[in-house]
Design a protein around this ligand. Structure first.
Ligand SMILES: [Zn+2]
Length: 273
């Protein structure tokens, strides 16, 4: 059995501030170390549950946060950017289940630690077929297109609830309780790791009960951006319709094509602010 682990940084226990998530920040070295440790606990649990091959996709910022020799030696590390499937690169490896470790709530979530959706600077809101989605939902949909279910989500209480609301049957580990965007009550990293290991083992043991996340095709993607200048840039992409000064729409029957166009939209938006 093969498991893919997508790991972000904002949802790691003890991470609450901007200085911990940017490479030049004073807390970054501490945070990247804890990121690797939480992943290692997930790997240990998955191996105990019966996984035989594990891929870890570094999915935050530069996507080079995990120092290779800090990772469990049984796992393959997918490091660096650009990657066809971005945060869920590795799905192409014919994996059977996906873990989302260190995830955060979508933009606009009260008490969601460092909440954003892909690009905090560009995106106000993303919906597909009328359903508001964050990184959890979008990546779960991409995994669904490969027939892969999400087994486990870890992060703050808000992202865990977001995952349950969307996916229903999924294991979650709340490693912190968000009080505001930059404050949380955190589990000790060792305790968080212990629970993650336990839940990872249980999730892999029960893998047959999980269903991939699907929506009906064609997919109608709407992206609301922060400024009209961003929308001016995105509107240049052929096939994209402007719904109002800051909202753009793209419709397609293939989810992976839609996902790639979404990422082009974010690049265009980011270059046009
Ligand atoms: Zn993120």
């Amino acid at each position: 059995m093969r498991i893919l682990i997508s790991v972000d940084l904002e949802g790691i226990s003890g991470v609450v501030g901007k200085n911990q998530i940017h490479e030049e920040g004073s807390g970054f070295e501490w945070a990247r170390d804890k990121m690797a440790k939480e992943v290692n606990h997930a790997i240990e649990g998955a191996l105990e549950g019966g996984a035989r091959e594990i891929y870890v996709n570094d999915a935050h910022g530069s996507m080079k946060n995990i120092i290779p020799d800090k990772l469990h030696s049984e796992a393959f590390l997918i490091s660096g950017d650009l990657k066809e499937l971005s945060m869920v690169e590795g799905l192409q490896k014919d994996v059977h289940g996906l873990f989302l470790i260190g995830y955060h709530a979508r933009r606009g979530t009260k008490g969601g630690i460092l909440d954003h959706t892909y690009s905090g600077r560009v995106v106000s809101q993303i919906t597909i077929n009328g359903v508001e989605l964050g990184e959890t939902g979008i990546n779960a949909l991409v995994a669904g297109a490969y027939g892969v279910p999400v087994l486990l989500i870890t992060g703050d209480d808000k992202v865990c609830q977001e995952g349950i609301d969307l996916l229903g049957d999924v294991y979650t580990v709340k490693v912190k309780e968000g009080l505001s965007r930059y404050a949380a009550i955190c589990l000790h990293p060792e305790k968080a790791g212990k629970i993650i290991k336990e839940k990872a083992r249980e999730a892999v043991t029960n893998i047959n009960r999980f269903k991939p996340f699907f929506m009906d095709s064609p997919y109608e993607l709407r992206v609301e951006v922060v400024t009209s200048a961003m929308a001016d840039g995105i509107e240049m992409v052929p096939g994209i319709k402007r719904i109002n000064p800051t909202t753009l729409e793209f419709v397609h029957e293939d989810l992976i094509t839609l996902f790639k166009v979404l990422r082009v939209m974010l690049v265009m938006g980011g270059n046009s602010s």
